[in-house]
Ligand binder design. Structure first.
Ligand code: HEM
Ligand SMILES: *[C@@H]1O[C@H](CO)[C@@H](O)[C@H](O)[C@H]1NC(C)=O
Ligand SMILES: *[C@@H]1O[C@H](CO)[C@@H](O)[C@H](O)[C@H]1NC(C)=O
Ligand SMILES: *[C@@H]1O[C@H](CO)[C@@H](O)[C@H](O)[C@H]1NC(C)=O
Ligand SMILES: CC(=O)N[C@H]1CO[C@H](CO)[C@@H](O)[C@@H]1O
Length: 328
């Protein structure tokens, strides 16, 4: 009896510690009551001028959470004087965009509640708001993430030519399952891809000298023209690009699944998702049921936003999202 009571006390104590160091809905309710409102209004203003911000933020958020957890490590600028290359300057990340919007939000928040709202929460909230503005699901997301103290250039994000099972292996390493994978790739319902990532599909697929037979021939023609007839480019950002969802390119909806079902996937992985027997049934379901996708998307986005978060006294609240508070 005594042992049981002791165990109970111990469990309560343990549980309390566990609970107190968790993300919470409305974490900034008292410390910065307008935080979520400010994020939303700045995202809204940007979205009005440029709806491509939804794609930018979704990819930024994924690249942050997919490498060492949602800790804003992707926002850190490299320090050339110290020869430190950060995550954002490593290979697959070069076309990630949206950094200036995060800076704008951070600057505003620092002016009203300094050192309270983390950069990782800003990225998470801004992405959530941009998804809703683009017609996607609205959802509440817990906050209280803290910013990481490391930004490592050895980024291990998958390549778009990998198979569905290889991509699934990656998702499992970050605690996400097959449903999350198929759902989150649905983020490709907005945003763009540059020729670099799909050009071989429309010209010389796997050394055959012919285009990828799994792509609609009309789309092959269009993309071939896009990628071969443009003027020389100096940076990847000026390089020709196309919408990942060729139908409703700025709307967060289930058209991505319809497009890949019609052989109109842009990246190899997009097309494979509709063809591989691991994922095809889920793709078919989402293609036929926009509501199922919306529900699933909200759920998997929340899950993605929880990957390896820093809470409690871990990490820090950065003053400037691009730099650690005490760079050493
Ligand atoms: C793990 C599998 C994934 C691979 C291999 C992949 C690959 C890519 C590639 C190659 C691009 C084109 C980048 C460019 O040309 O600038 C892209 C764009 C994009 N990705 Fe993914 N992606 C994956 C998963 C995700 C996930 C999970 C999300 C979000 C939840 C996401 C969101 C986006 C968005 C929104 C864009 C458009 C970016 C823009 O408009 O600038 N991707 N992805
Ligand atoms: C913040 O306020 C919301 C809405 O009133 C409430 O649901 C949430 O539990 C609150 N969170 C905290 C941590 O106080
Ligand atoms: C960066 O990542 C690599 C590979 O995962 C690891 O070996 C290295 O120790 C990391 N560096 C830092 C500073 O964490
Ligand atoms: C484009 O999307 C709309 C609305 O979601 C759909 O009704 C239509 O069939 C789609 N068109 C094509 C060509 O896929
Ligand atoms: C311009 C550039 O460096 N692109 C790189 C982007 O990432 C892929 C995949 O890691 C590299 O193969 C490219 O060279």
């Amino acid at each position: 009896m005594k042992i049981v009571a002791l165990l109970l006390v111990f469990l309560c104590y343990f549980f309390q510690i566990f609970v107190s160091a968790q993300l919470k809905i409305g974490f900034y309710n008292s410390s910065c009551p307008n935080a979520e409102f400010i994020v939303k209004s700045i995202v809204q203003k940007r979205f009005k001028n440029n709806p491509s911000i939804t794609g930018a933020l979704l990819r930024l958020h994924f690249h942050d959470c997919g490498v060492s957890g949602c800790d804003a490590s992707i926002l850190i600028d490299s320090d050339s004087s110290k020869n430190q290359i950060s995550e954002k300057d490593s290979a697959p990340n070069l076309t990630v965009r949206g950094y200036e919007l995060i800076d704008e939000i951070k600057e505003k928040l620092e002016s009203i509640c300094p050192l309270i709202v983390s950069c990782s929460d800003i990225v998470t909230l801004a992405t959530r708001d941009a998804v809703a503005l683009a017609g996607g699901p609205t959802y509440t997301i817990p906050t209280g993430r803290r910013d990481g103290l490391v930004s490592n250039s050895s980024v291990d994000l998958p390549d778009p030519t990998e198979s569905v099972s290889e991509i699934l292996r990656f998702f499992r390493t970050i605690g996400l399952n097959k449903f999350d994978m198929v759902t989150l790739l649905g983020a490709h319902t907005v945003g763009v891809a540059h020729c670099l990532f799909f050009q071989s599909r429309v010209s010389d697929f796997r050394g055959t000298g012919r285009p990828d037979p799994t792509m609609d021939p009309k789309l092959v023609k269009k993309l071939f023209r896009l990628c071969t007839t443009s003027k020389p480019v100096t940076t990847l950002n000026d390089a020709p690009k196309t919408f990942l969802d060729q139908n409703t390119s700025f709307i967060v909806d289930n058209q991505y699944y319809n497009q890949i079902s019609k052989k109109k996937g842009i990246l190899k992985i997009d097309q494979e998702l509709a063809l591989d027997k691991l994922s095809a049934p889920i793709v078919a379901r989402f293609a036929n049921n926009g509501n199922a996708f919306r529900k699933s998307f909200a759920k998997s986005m929340i899950k993605m936003g929880n990957i390896n978060v820093l809470v409690g006294n871990d990490g820090e609240i950065r003053k400037n999202c691009r730099a650690f508070n005490n760079p050493n």
